[in-house]
Structure formats: C-alpha cells, structure tokens
Design a protein around this ligand. Sequence first.
Ligand SMILES: [Zn+2]
Length: 243
Amino acid sequence: MRQVSSSVRTAKTPIGGIEYTLERKKVKNINLRVRRDGTVYVSAPARVPVREIESFIVSKCSYIKQAQEHFRSRTESAAEERRFAQGASVMYLGSPLELCIVQSAAESVTLEGDRLIISLRDSSDLSRGERLYAKWLDGRCREVFTDLMREIYPFFKAMGVPFPQLKIRVMKARWGSCHYTKGMIVLNRYLIEAPRHCIAHVVAHEFCHFIYPNHSRDFYSLLDRVCPQWRSAKTELEKLVVL
Ligand SMILES: [Zn+2]
C-alpha cells in the first residue's frame, strides 16, 4: 500500500462534521470508503469542486456513521477477545491457543500442543505475563514472516529486488505496507492470528510493490502470478482477523 500526499478536511453534514481524507486521482467518479479504523477516504477527479464532493458526503452520511459504528464495535469485541487472562483463548496461525499462567521459579513462554504455558515467578502479576506473551508473539512473528519472505524471495531476486528489511507493528487499518525506497516491508503483528497462507498473500502483495509502487493493472497481474490464490486468502483473512 503506497504512501500518497493527500489533504484532510471536514465536511459539514446534518449529523455533524465528518472528517475525511481527500485524494485527487485519475478516476471517473467520486469514490468513498470507510476504513477499518473508521477513517473516511475519498478519491475524486481533479476537476470536481470540493462543494460537490462534500454534498456527496452529505448524501452518504448515515451510511458513514453506520459503517464507523460497525467497525468500532467489531474492534471493541476483538480487543476483548485478545484480552490477556488465565484460560483465555487466543488465535495463533489460524488455531485457538489456551493461555495457561503458572507459577514457576524460572520465567518462560512455551507452546505445548494447543496450550501456551506462561510461567511466572508471581502468577498473579498479569502485566508481567502480558509483556512476556507480547515478546513471545513478536519472536514468533519475526520467524514466521521471515520464512514466508524467504519462500517468495527467489521470484523477486530474479527481478533484482534486494531482500527487504522486516518491521513488525500493530496497525489499526492495514495488514502491511511497503517502503520501497527504503527496502523495507512492514507487517501487522495481528497477522500471526491467521493461517499461514493468509499471511503469505500479504507478503506477496507487499513484495509486488517493489516492482509497482501502486495498485495498477500491472501490479495485480504480477500478484496473480506470484500468489494465484490471493483473492480467497484475502477474503478469509478479513473474515478471521479483526484489526
Ligand atoms: Zn498495496
């Protein structure tokens, strides 16, 4: 997903101000999208005046509010599902793991079948447990994501792309991004909740941006070649993991 220069504005509507990001593009019509983090994105041709764009937003204002509310409640329930607690079920590579917090002289995090054993000197210190768990998750992300990058790399090596640097971050609205000028791919930590093939399509997508830093027809035909099943993987990922 490419970084673009755009302006943030607020449209006056009967149900209050709606903040939106406006991008001028070579498109035929005004396009409006509510992102998973609730932000509103509008693309419009250069010739369309702002007042026309804003009256379009007014006509869509109840849809926008509903979509924002929908994403907000999904995000809240996802945060509740990810809550760190004894016996909680968390998703890992597409399967649920049970969090088991135990008292032990030595602190560790160990995966045993479908149980994740978090050994703490003080088993009531949940914030300590949560930190160890997050560190474990980061390590697992680095290993799994790097493996997937190595699997796909030969294709891009042949096209002259240097092996990229990997950054892992928690992001609210995207699965990943490609900083093609810096030779870096950023992947969302929550991807580790999804099955491997779902993560693979995001890795493939970001790699393709080293060749095409946009979402052009050429970009998608390359993605089709590198990862033919990307459409179904994307649908599955969006169903399984909520940001
Ligand atoms: Zn993209």
